[in-house]
Design a protein around this ligand. Structure first.
Ligand code: ADP
Ligand code: ZN
Length: 714
């Protein structure tokens, strides 16, 4: 008897369920109506795909996105699941063929657009067969309270009433409590059947950097990510075109995407990106809806997004395959002013809402202390409890010591007071720095006692200080012109000369990242990727339908030498094994034979809980005298994984003991070790690449990792 878990492995090739998948599937199999809310990329599709193979009768999936439907059907067929779709994009003969297949009972999964569902043809078809599961994808479209209400969706509720015996599954990635209630009552669900997954996406590295030289920063970022796929979001169409042509000139594989391009061009560019024919898409936010490409390795926000919701959705397009992905937001205050300018052209409620969205985003971007995940998840009604997520800029930046900023804070607050609480930060800063700007002279602010008393700090430093005072509640901003006033707490602090602690901004922030490096054979990966591309082109489908990057990464890490071992790779089920197993096995074997590499055994995945703190435990056991070898055995991982844990442990500020144990891990000569250590002394231990380059690639990254540990533990 197949079970959800056996289908997960045999058909889809995955070892374990994502959060809530199992619960949702079991609930459906028990015949209960279910509302499941999971983030984009959370794996909603499996929640009905697996039941469809276990239930007697047909599973119907109503989905508004025809492009996505086609993709899903292709993916299902590639895994050997009998699936078809019916929608207006199909030629008549194919439509008829699919109708016949459904009628004959050969099909387990049928995808429909909502407008198709509501036609007499479909009603008649459904009356001839047994409907086991009615799935409503993007269920928030049912609700008028949602951000994407579609009237034709409302009518699905009637269809629900026609088939009371079928179980109903409603799926969505966004739903406020009000929308949730609306979905359930429209479909007549009961409360106990609601599943809400966390919106946290732990594999996304969330990074906000001050935008200085946006193009240079983008180039540097891309240079470190050759061969990777990613999206760059810009504010305007013009910016998209400019950046795309600039990057093209610099030799990157890139295409633009925005609503100003003609429909064919737009479609071709999107296709090329999805099929890995180009690596980078530069786009306005028009791009991304319905994109299901799992191997997007980075998302750059070249300009400021409009709201936290939009931002989270956009970065959510990265790393859907669960592998590490980097989300970079380039932030500066002039982008904020630009958007404020546009917002001020609006009126009434629209203006108020847009201002609130922007303010929330500014607070988020300017926070240099708290974990990025906290405000993001709070925004979606979730609380994120972990102290340190290990995967955002603020959690991996060495916390700067707070200093006493009482004096400059007093200067700023009293200058706000003296200028009558009628100006913004720019004006106040000008007065403090003794500016001769016309506006200052015109108001006679050059006569104030606070005029020119603050030349020790630069303008950005004062602004930064003002924002801290705001966050501490001593200052508040109001209205269209962002006029500052001193709060009662601020007055109190001034009067009592309260000590105020904070930061004085430096020009370059000291950052210390935990580098996330995947350990796999890059050359083998490139070969397998090419193989996948060839197979995909022959079959006329996107490469990821064949295997995801994650599958290829695992193959390049474990070097499977038999079909049996290939089956252990993530994403390889029976059908894909039969279809593509030999092809890939051949490539891997000939590569390994040539290089004399043998297979590495893939161990069963360990439960995920606790893994966030694993490095602490490993670090402490190591310092207590346990050897690297025995730690590797204890956790059934490679020694390099233990070394990574130790690196994180050290980066978190814990000194490592027992340098001789580390020395035993390296096979480098004394002389090379010395060279590496002095390179680390000179270039710092944050990044390996500069050291690697300095040594002309003479020492491998694996060895450098060990040397870095020695360097930081001396
Ligand atoms: P969404 O919730 O956005 O609809 P999908 O169902 O498209 O997400 O899943 C996103 C990706 O995650 C797909 O590539 C899918 O194959 C993969 N996936 C889903 N469930 C699992 C799992 N349990 N293990 C590994 N990968 C999974
Ligand atoms: Zn964090």
């Amino acid at each position: 008897m197949p079970t959800p878990a056996s289908i997960l492995k045999d058909t889809f090739g995955y070892d374990s369920f994502r959060p809530l998948q199992r619960e949702v599937i079991e609930n459906i199999l028990a015949g209960r109506d279910t509302l499941a809310i999971m983030p984009t990329g959370g794996g909603k599709s499996l929640c009905y795909q697996i039941p469809s193979l276990l239930l007697d009768g047909l599973t119907l999936v109503v989905s508004p996105l025809i492009a996505l439907m086609k993709d899903q059907v292709e993916q299902m067929r590639a895994s050997g699941v009998p699936a078809v779709m019916l929608n207006s994009s199909l030629p008549a003969y194919e439509y008829q063929k699919n109708m016949d297949l459904v009628r004959s009972g050969a099909v387990k999964l049928l995808y429909l657009a909502p407008e198709t569902l509501l036609t007499p043809r479909i009603f008649s078809l459904l009356s001839q067969i047994e409907l086991a599961l009615l799935t409503i994808d993007e269920a928030h479209c049912i609700s008028e309270w949602g951000h994407d209400f579609r009237p034709e969706y409302r009518q699905i509720t009637e269809v629900r009433q026609r088939y009371p015996k079928a179980t109903c599954l409603a799926l969505t990635a966004t739903a406020t409590p009000r929308v949730r209630a609306d979905i359930k009552s429209s479909l007549q669900f009961s409360d106990s059947n609601e599943f809400i997954a966390s919106f946290n996406r732990p594999n996304l590295f969330i990074d906000v950097r001050p935008k200085r030289d946006a193009i240079g920063q983008t180039l540097d970022f891309l240079k470190e990510r050759k061969e990777q796929s990613g999206i760059i979001y810009c504010f305007s169409r013009r910016q998209v075109d400019e950046l795309a042509s600039y990057l093209e000139m610099k030799g990157f594989s890139v295409r633009p995407y925005h609503a100003g391009l003609d429909a064919n061009q737009r479609k071709a560019n999107q296709e090329a990106f999805i099929r890995d024919d180009v690596q980078i898409i530069v786009a306005t936010i028009a791009f991304g809806m319905g994109i299901n490409k799992p191997n997007v390795r980075f998302v750059i926000h070249f300009d400021l997004p409009k709201s936290i919701e939009g931002y989270y959705q956009e970065i959510g397009r990265a790393g859907r395959d669960d592998l590490p992905a980097h989300c970079l937001l380039l932030y500066n205050y002039s982008d904020v002013s630009k958007q404020r300018y546009f917002i001020n052209q609006k009126e009434g409620n629209e203006k108020r809402v847009a201002t609130e969205h922007l303010d929330a985003l500014v607070r988020y971007a300017e926070d240099e202390i708290n974990c990025r995940r906290k405000p993001l998840l709070t925004y979606f009604g979730e609380s994120y409890e972990a102290e340190n997520c290990q995967n955002c800029d603020n959690c991996t930046t060495e916390k700067r010591e707070q200093t006493d900023i009482t004096i400059p804070a007093q200067k700023f607050l009293s200058c706000v007071k003296r200028t009558g609480e009628r100006f913004g930060a720019v004006h106040v800063t000008g007065v403090l720095r003794g500016s001769k700007r016309a506006k200052i002279l015109q108001y006679g602010h050059d006569k104030l006692s606070t005029y020119g008393i603050g030349s020790e700090l630069s303008r950005p430093q004062w602004k930064h200080l003002a924002r801290q005072l705001e966050q501490m509640g001593y200052l508040a901003k109001e209205g269209e012109f962002q006029v500052l006033h001193v709060t009662p707490e601020g007055m109190d602090a001034l009067r009592k000369r309260t000590q105020i602690m904070g930061h004085i901004q430096e020009d370059s922030r000291q950052r210390r990242k935990v580098p996330e490096k995947l350990e796999y054979d890059q050359s083998l990966f490139a070969i397998l990727r090419q193989k996948r591309k060839n197979l995909a082109d022959e079959a006329g489908m996107p490469p990821y339908i064949i295997f995801s990057d994650k599958t290829l990464v695992e193959m390049s890490a474990y070097y499977p030498q038999s079909l049996e071992s290939i089956l252990k790779m993530s994403g390889v089920g029976q059908v894909k094994l039969r279809r593509y197993g030999q092809d890939f096995l051949r490539e891997i074997k000939s590569y390994c034979a040539e290089k004399g590499i043998s297979e590495k055994e893939k161990t069963v995945p360990r439960p995920r809980n606790n893994s966030g703190r694993r490095y602490m435990i490993v670090g402490e056991m190591y310092n207590a005298g346990e050897s690297i070898q025995s730690l590797a055995e204890r956790y059934q991982v490679q020694t390099s994984t233990i070394l990574n844990h130790l690196a994180k442990f050290a980066a978190a500020g814990n000194p490592l003991k027992n340098a001789s144990e580390l020395q035993a891990q390296t096979s480098l000569s004394k002389e090379k070790q010395e060279k590496a250590l002095s390179a680390f002394d000179e270039l710092g231990t944050d990044f390996l690449k500069p050291v690697f380059d300095r040594l002309n690639g003479e020492i491998s990254y694996e060895e450098l990792k060990i040397m870095r540990l020695i360097a930081v533990s001396r």
